[in-house]
Design a protein around this ligand. Sequence first.
Ligand SMILES: [Zn+2]
Length: 57
Amino acid sequence: MANAHKLDCESVSDTCRFIIQSENEEEAVELAMRHMKETHGTELTEEELLNDHMQVV
Ligand SMILES: [Zn+2]
């Protein structure tokens, strides 16, 4: 079974319960990037997201 890429926004923010999980890394990163920008006003690079905010589960 393929690994899934996951962003659990609860680990970043106390108030946000947003969770993204996808086996498609590109899709997960794109959704995470959009969420961080639109909801949190934070623009992160793909690398920052993958290294600092996302997990492989
Ligand atoms: Zn969030």
